[in-house]
Design a protein around this ligand. Sequence first.
Ligand SMILES: [Fe+2]
Length: 251
Amino acid sequence: MSEEVKMLTGLMELLPKRIIFHNLETAQYMRIILRMMGKSDLERSLIWKGCSPFDYHDIGKAYIPEDLFTYTERFNITQEHVMMAHVHHGQQIFREIRKMNPLAGGFAEAGEMIALYHHECYDGSGYPEGLSGEAIPFLARVCAVANAFTGMQRDSVLLPSRSFEESLSVLEAHAGTWFDPEIVDVFVGETLKELKTERELRRLREIKSQKPAEVFIPDSIDESELDALFKQNIQSNSKRQSIKKTSRKPG
Ligand SMILES: [Fe+2]
């Protein structure tokens, strides 16, 4: 393992487990968003020595005093500033990596942009620089959505966790103010479409698993057909109705 990777891994291990998990979960949502935007290849070009810059947006929290992670009240202004400094610590970590190994170029640069700017808001009300719109680097805008989405689904000191759907609604409510509206549109739109498809598939599976005496679905419709039908999204409402009709045992 190279010195730089050892340093990153070591810093990651200093973090409380829930923050390590949050880093990795946010990275997963960044991948989902980029896939939905047709930009899956972007990450591949940034991977260096097996590390993705997506995995470390909150790595700077390794330099935050431990007691702030277990603090159960609202932060005072000083504590708030200490916590906010994690974006600068993150920036420094990636700068250090670039210094140690100039070949880390794209990886370190992306890591730095994500770590430094993931708390910027689209309308300029975020930190550390109050950048707005497209002046915020693209990957940091993606990370802002993914970070908020994963954060909302966990209890925090100030707020209880939100459901998956509620979290999507919050993203929508703040599209254009906190978040890049185009990224929110794609993420929320595509996610809801996938959820709907998944639910319909689950509903049909439930119907199919009931006793044949109560509900009858012709044997000619099997699981893989249903899967194909719904995954490809070619099922129109009228077709769905007709499956429902024929699936009822006459009499
Ligand atoms: Fe953060």
